[in-house]
Structure formats: structure tokens, C-alpha cells
Design a protein around this ligand. Structure first.
Ligand code: GUN
Ligand code: ZN
Length: 452
């Protein structure tokens, strides 16, 4: 049993986005107690605890829930800030397909997996939904290194069965794709505990996007996914990120809407030709240009969006309209989308999130507060991953995934925060989240284990 004493800030209970401000808890002299199983057995005022021998005093640091990144590309660890000479499709062909092809070398892939995990730890991303490499050795390296590091990781190999010449090494036959996905699930889904309810590792079915597969691939993946969704396997892909991408999907599939391709409606005129891939463990990255009907369908099926504002800025994709999207009832979580996103630190992505949505056109602009930002980076992510009974806040009974943020490690931040009333949790949290940089992440814990 260990007591962590610091300025405790989190969203208690199981709020929805509009409730987030009412669920914000701030305890300037707070504490959590973590038991030997890595669960939180106390959360609240330090002074209410009986004297304990094992106290880790992180004051004046903050205790926050671990950050949840619901969209990050492992094989793009080393290709941020690449000049694509254009938007999404140019950048993929010119920079990303060649860079991801380098992970065909298992030694290089191992190095990338190590760097990926250590970078995640350095920024406090305790849980991530990870867009995987095409290469099975690389995926083995990712899961092995994640397990060694103690991180919570959901991932699946990126599936491509068609594509341009620059994606040749990433592309397989449909049969090989299905075999590789099946074998990855049997090797890695809940590989650490053999029980998806307790595991830190989970598998996902991850077609790159509709343009990298075919009707036949989507039909086969729908069958495959139906066989494994009951055991907690995830579905992850991109949707409606870029206008040229959407036009290409509609031309290739002759569908009314992009979302239809993942919803079994990939036949001409959006006719039903397969099983849906949507559901409560399905997470779609971007949805910048989704229609109201598409958003309603996501909400109805329990599908979540991984919102990636930093990436959307870098690729000129546009901005997911915040109000319109959340008002349709879709769960919106946060994604760094490294490497189109050039920030690993989830609070930096929140900073962009704040800026792009306050800059939306009149009538749509919204000033997201600290509680809403924290919600997007924690509870919404946990909900997108159907893990909200285990992680997402620092309530008693949750698994102890948390970060210690020490503003003193970052020039000027401590002084900036000192000018804010310590009991004004909302104001403090907003400045902390939008102002902090990597240097302020002092320690990182997953299920009570210290990773840093
Ligand atoms: N769409 C298909 N592949 C990708 C990718 O690697 N990054 C982003 N941002 N969008 C994609
Ligand atoms: Zn992406």
C-alpha cells in the first residue's frame, strides 16, 4: 500500500461531456492510496488519512489521471514533421508509405517499438489505441516492448490489400491479410493475463482506411470481426479526414457516404453487402467532414471518434466541428495522430483542440473549459475503449493509472500557476493542461507500477 500526496485533480464518477465541470474535483493537499494490486483504495484529502509509513510526497506536484491517446501510429515514430508537398494523400504516398516500409527490417522495427514506448512514457500516455505496422515482427516487437514497459496498449496491424506503388511492401493479398490479423489476435489479445477484463494488452482489427482495402476485404473483415468482437477485440480506422480522400472513397465504392464502407453498406448505392464493423469498441479517427446522418449512426452504434486537431492542422484537413459533432451524441476522445500530429504530449493536443474550436466560425465557436479538455483526454478515451470501469479517473476501485505533473520542472509554469487561486480548480486545470510541456511530466504509473 502506498500513499501519493499531491494536488489531486480529476473528474469523479462517470460523467458525460456536459456534466464534466460538475464532476471536477480538486484537492490542493490531496492523496490517493494505491494497494498492492495496483488499485486505488482511497482518493481525497490527505488529512483524512490515518498516519502511514509509505508516503510519496509529490507536492507541489499534481496527481492527474494518465493520459489516453486514442489514435497514434507506431510505425510513424520517426517521421513527424515530414514535408508531404500537399495534403493527406500526397503526404501518405511521398512520406509515410516509404517510411513505414522500413519496418520490414525486424531490427529496425524493434528499435522503433522501444522508442515508441519510451516516448509514450515520457509524455504520460498510459493508454493508447495504436495504429500498427503492416509487419508481424514489428507488431510482436510493439506488444513485447509495451508489456516490458508496463504500458496499456491496444493495437492491430495496418491492413492494406490495395494501394499505390509506394505502398507495395505494406500491401498483402486478402488471404494473407486475414491470416495475419487472425494470428495477431490469437497471439496478443489479452496475452498478459489471458483475460480481456484484466489485460493491459488488447488486439484490434485495423484496415488503414477504405482506400487501402476492397469490398471483398471489408466483407471478410466484417465476418472475422463478428467472430471476435464478443471477446473484446477492437476495430480502428480513419474516416472522413480529407475532402479528396472522401471523393476518392465515394468514387471507388459508389457509396452515398464514407461511413457506409465500414457499416456493411459498401455495395453500389450503399447497398448492404456485409456485416458492420461499427460498435462500442470501434474508434474512427478524424470525422472532420462527417454528415449529421453519419454522426447519428456512430452514436447509435456506440462508435467513438478519435479527434486529432494537431494532425488536422498539419495536413490542412479542416477541423472537426465540435458543437455539431458532440450534439449528435457521439463520444469524442482525443488522438495525437503521430506523425501527422507532431505532438506526443496529449495536453499539447488539447492546447490545439482549444485553439481550433474557439476559432471555428461564428455560431460554431466554443471555448472549451479545463474540465471538458480533461474529460476529452481521459474519461472520453476510456469510454471509447470500453475501459471506463477500470481507468479514466482517480476514483476508489479504479486501476491506478496516473501521472505526477511537476510545474517546477518547466520554466515559468510554476510561477504562472502560483498566480491562480489554488482552490479555483477549473482555472488551474485549464492553465496546467494548455500550458504544460513534456518537461513537467515527472512520474508515470500504470496499475500502480511506476514506469518513470
Ligand atoms: N489515412 C490513412 N492513413 C493515414 C495515416 O497514416 N495518417 C493519417 N493522418 N491519415 C491516414
Ligand atoms: Zn492516423
Amino acid at each position: 500500500m502506498t500513499v501519493y500526496r499531491g494536488h489531486l485533480v480529476h473528474l469523479t464518477g462517470n460523467p458525460t461531456l456536459p456534466d464534466a465541470p460538475r464532476h471536477l474535483v480538486g484537492v490542493p493537499d490531496g492523496a490517493i492510496v494505491v494497494d498492492d494490486a495496483g488499485r486505488i483504495s482511497y482518493s481525497g484529502d490527505f488529512s483524512a488519512l490515518p498516519p502511514a509509513a509509505d508516503v510519496v510526497d509529490v507536492r507541489p506536484g499534481f496527481l492527474l489521471p494518465g493520459f489516453i491517446d486514442t489514435h497514434i501510429h507506431f510505425p510513424q515514430t520517426h517521421c513527424a514533421n515530414a514535408f508531404g508537398g500537399g495534403q493527406l494523400l500526397n503526404w501518405l504516398e511521398r512520406c509515410i508509405f516509404p517510411a513505414e516500409s522500413a519496418l520490414a527490417d525486424p531490427l529496425f522495427a524493434r528499435k522503433v517499438a522501444r522508442d515508441f514506448c519510451s516516448r509514450r512514457i515520457s509524455v504520460g500516455t498510459t493508454t493508447a489505441l495504436v495504429f500498427g505496422s503492416a509487419f508481424p515482427d514489428a507488431q510482436d516487437a510493439l506488444f513485447e516492448e509495451s508489456l516490458r514497459a508496463g504500458l496499456r496498449t491496444i493495437s492491430g496491424r495496418g491492413i492494406q490489400t490495395v494501394g499505390p506503388d509506394s505502398a507495395r511492401l505494406l500491401t498483402t493479398s486478402e488471404r494473407a491479410a486475414l491470416e495475419l490479423v487472425g494470428s495477431e489476435i490469437s497471439r496478443w489479445h489479452a496475452a498478459d493475463t489471458r483475460d480481456p477484463e484484466t489485460a493491459l494488452l488488447h488486439a484490434a482489427v485495423v484496415p488503414r482506411f477504405a482506400l487501402s482495402v476492397t469490398r471483398r476485404t471489408l466483407a471478410a473483415l466484417g465476418e472475422l470481426y463478428d467472430g471476435v468482437r464478443g471477446s473484446g477485440v477492437y476495430f480502428h480506422t480513419h474516416v472522413s479526414e480529407n475532402v479528396d480522400e472522401i471523393a476518392a472513397v465515394r468514387a471507388m465504392y459508389d457509396v452515398d457516404s464514407y461511413l457506409d464502407t465500414y457499416d456493411g453498406r459498401f455495395g453500389p448505392g450503399s447497398s448492404v453487402q456485409g456485416r458492420t464493423l461499427l460498435g462500442p469498441r470501434s474508434v474512427l479517427a478524424h470525422a472532420v467532414h462527417s454528415t449529421d446522418d453519419e454522426l447519428a449512426r456512430m452514436a447509435d452504434t456506440g462508435t467513438s471518434i478519435a479527434h486529432c486537431p494537431t494532425s488536422q492542422l498539419f495536413l490542412g484537413s479542416g477541423t472537426m466541428p465540435w458543437r455539431r459533432t458532440v450534439s449528435r451524441g457521439v463520444n469524442v476522445a482525443l488522438g495525437s495522430d503521430v506523425a501527422a500530429g507532431d505532438e506526443w504530449l496529449v495536453p499539447r493536443v488539447l492546447n490545439d483542440c482549444f485553439k481550433v474550436h474557439i476559432s471555428e466560425p461564428a455560431g460554431a465557436a466554443v471555448s472549451l473549459n479545463g474540465a471538458e479538455l480533461l474529460y476529452t483526454a481521459t474519461i472520453a478515451g476510456a469510454r471509447a475503449l470500453a475501459l471506463n470501469d477500470r481507468i479514466g479517473n482517480l476514483d476508489v476501485g479504479k486501476e491506478a493509472d496516473f501521472v505526477v505533473i511537476d510545474p517546477g520542472q518547466q520554466e515559468v509554469l510554476a510561477e504562472t500557476l502560483a498566480r491562480i487561486d489554488p482552490v479555483d480548480t477549473a482555472a488551474l486545470l485549464f492553465t496546467l493542461l494548455t500550458g504544460m510541456r513534456d518537461a513537467a511530466v515527472a512520474s508515470v504509473f500504470v496499475r500502480g507500477r511506476k514506469l518513470r
